[in-house]
Design a protein around this ligand. Structure first.
Ligand code: FRU
Length: 472
C-alpha cells in the first residue's frame, strides 16, 4: 500500500491517499481531537478541495474517517474552523458542532455546516452563504467570546493584507465590525488562515490576544510562513501592542504553514498544528500516492524574552514525550574541532535531546548523515545567538530551486546553556528549544535514513547530555 512509500512519515499525520494542505475545523470533544484537512481524494496534487477527516485520542495515533464535507453547487470546500455550540445559540441543538468554511467557485463566500454526531457527518445550512464580501476573503475562524457573550469571526482579506472581524449572536447572522492589518507585519503575497485566541501573560493575572496570520509568499525564508500579532481585542477591534514594522514569526523553518488551533482543547490548552510544506514546492515533493504531512501538534504559551518582549512559544504537545522508546546515550563530553561521531538508532523516527553549555565565543554543530553522503547540519552559535539548519545537501533537493535552504532562528539571549529537542521522521526535522522559544520545521528527503550524528565545534563548549530516543 502507499504506507510503504519511503517518505511516508512514521509519527506525523498524513492522509491515507491523495493530496493534503491546510488543517481545518479542529475541535476536541468527548475525549477525541478532531482534525479535518484540505484534501484531494482523487489525486496527489492540489484540486477538488474536500474536507478529509481524522481523529485521535492522544495527538499521535490518528484514525482516518470518510470525507466530512464535499463540494456542492457553491463550489469546492476551502479552509475554515469549528466550534461546539454548547448553549444552542444557532438552534441546531446544544453541543452541535458548527463549522464555517469558504465555498470557492468563481468567487469566495462563507458557508455553515453542522454536525450532531461529533463531526462524522455534516449537514449544510440551506441559508448558505452566510457571508459575502466585496473583496476576496476566506478561511473563517470562529470562536466564543465570553467578554461580549457573542461569537466572533475573523476572515482573511487575502489580497488586502487585512483580517476582517465580525460578530454574531447565532453563528448565522454576521455583523462586520472592523479590519486589522493594513501596514502591519509581513505584507507580501496573500494573508490566509487567521486564528485569534487569548493566552495568559506569565507572572501576571493578565491575558493577551494572539492573532495568527499565515502569509504566502513573503515568509522569512521564502514562500509560505506563519506570522503573529499580540495585542488587545474587545470583540470589535484588534489593536497590536507592537509597532507596524515589527514582524514576529511563529516558526523559523520553511515548512510551517496554515497553522491554526483546536477549539475546546482540554485543561485550558491552546494546541496548534500546521501544514508541513510550502507552496513554493508542495506539489513537487518526491512522494507519489500522497502529498504532505502535518507538523507535530504544539502547545502554545506566551513568554517574556530577556529584553522584555512578550512572544509566542511553541512546545511539542506533551503527549509526544510518551512516544520515547529505547534511548541511546552518547554522554557528556567537551566539544572539539575534530568532532565525535555516533551511530543513531535504526529506523526513521527518533527524537534527539541535547543539554549543552557554551561560552560567548563558542559554537557546536550537529551533523546528521548517511552512507550516501546526505547531510543536515544544525548549528548553535553562541556568538550570534542563533540556531541554524542547513538542508542544502540533505538528500533529494533538486525537485525545486526553492528547496535547498539554510534557515536561522534567534536563540534566547539567556541560552548559551540550554536544551534542544530535535524530532526526525522519514521526511522532516523539527527543532525546538526546551521552552519552545524557537521552533524550526523543515522537510528533508534523505536517499536513505540518516544513520550517524557528528558533534563538533569551536571554543569551550560542553555537551552535558546527548540522547537519541527511538520513537515507539
Ligand atoms: C492556504 C489556502 C487557503 C485556502 C486553501 C485552499 O494554504 O490557500 O487560503 O482556503 O489553501 O486549499
Amino acid at each position: 500500500t502507499s504506507n510503504k512509500e519511503k517518505y511516508r512519515p512514521t509519527y506525523h499525520h498524513t492522509p491515507l491517499y491523495g493530496w493534503m494542505n491546510d488543517p481545518n475545523g479542529m475541535f476536541y470533544k468527548d475525549g477525541a481531537w478532531h482534525l479535518y484537512y484540505q484534501h484531494n481524494p482523487y489525486g496527489s496534487k492540489w484540486q477538488n478541495m474536500t474536507w478529509g477527516h481524522s481523529s485521535s485520542t492522544d495527538l499521535v495515533h490518528w484514525t482516518h474517517h470518510p470525507e466530512a464535507i464535499r463540494p456542492d453547487g457553491l463550489g469546492t470546500i476551502f479552509s475554515g474552523n469549528s466550534v461546539i455550540d454548547h448553549d444552542n445559540t444557532a438552534g441546531f441543538g446544544a453541543g452541535e458542532v458548527i463549522t464555517l468554511y469558504t465555498s470557492c467557485d468563481k468567487s469566495q463566500v462563507q458557508s455553515l455546516a453542522h454536525s450532531s454526531d461529533n463531526g462524522m457527518t455534516f449537514t449544510k445550512y440551506p441559508g448558505n452563504p452566510v457571508i459575502v464580501t466585496p473583496n476576496e476573503a476566506r478561511d473563517p475562524n470562529i470562536f466564543r467570546n465570553s467578554g461580549i457573550n457573542k461569537w466572533n469571526l475573523v476572515l482573511a482579506g487575502a489580497m488586502d493584507h487585512e483580517m476582517h472581524i465580525f460578530s454574531s449572536p447565532d453563528l448565522k447572522e454576521w455583523t462586520y465590525e472592523s479590519s486589522f492589518g493594513k501596514g502591519y507585519g509581513a505584507q507580501d503575497g496573500v494573508w490566509e488562515c487567521p486564528d485569534l485566541f487569548q493566552l495568559d501573560v506569565p507572572g501576571t493575572n493578565e491575558k493577551k490576544w494572539v492573532l495568527l496570520c499565515n502569509l504566502n509568499p513573503g515568509g522569512k525564508f521564502g514562500g509560505s510562513a506563519t506570522q503573529y500579532f499580540i495585542g488587545e481585542f474587545d470583540g470589535k477591534k484588534f489593536t497590536s501592542d507592537y509597532a507596524p514594522e515589527d514582524t514576529l514569526w511563529m516558526d523559523f523553518g520553511k515548512d510551517h504553514y496554515a497553522t491554526v488551533t483546536w477549539s475546546d482543547a482540554p485543561e485550558g490548552r491552546r494546541t496548534a498544528i500546521g501544514w508541513m510544506s510550502n507552496w513554493q514546492y508542495a506539489n513537487e515533493v518526491p512522494t507519489k500516492q500522497f502529498r504532505s504531512a502535518n507538523t507535530l501538534p504544539r502547545d502554545l504559551s506566551l513568554f517574556h524574552s530577556p529584553e522584555g518582549k512578550l512572544l509566542l512559544a511553541s512546545k511539542p504537545a506533551k503527549e509526544l514525550a510518551d512516544m520515547r522508546g529505547e534511548a541511546r546515550s552518547y554522554g557528556r563530553f567537551s566539544v572539539s574541532q575534530k568532532g565525535r561521531t555516533f551511530r543513531l538508532p535504526d529506523g526513521k523516527g527518533m527524537e534527539i535531546v541535547m543539554d549543552y553549555s557554551l561560552n560567548a565565543k563558542s559554537d557546536v554543530s550537529l551533523t546528521l548523515s548517511n552512507a550516501n553522503g546526505d547531510k543536515v547540519i544544525m548549528t548553535i552559535d553562541a556568538k550570534d545567538m542563533t540556531f541554524t539548519m542547513d538542508r542544502t545537501k540533505s538528500g533529494e533537493v533538486s525537485f525545486s530551486r526553492h528547496f535547498p535552504a539554510v534557515t536561522v532562528a534567534p536563540l534566547s539571549k539567556d541560552a548559551p546553556a540550554g536544551t534542544i529537542r530535535i524530532f526526525i521522521d522519514s521526511s522532516s526535522i523539527e527543532a525546538f528549544d526546551s521552552e519552545g522559544r524557537f521552533a524550526m520545521t523543515n522537510l528533508v528527503f534523505p536517499t536513505q535514513p540518516y544513520s550517524t550524528i557528528t558533534v563538533k565545534g569551536k571554543g569551550k563548549g560542553k555537551i552535558k547530555k546527548l540522547n537519541a530516543y527511538k520513537i515507539k
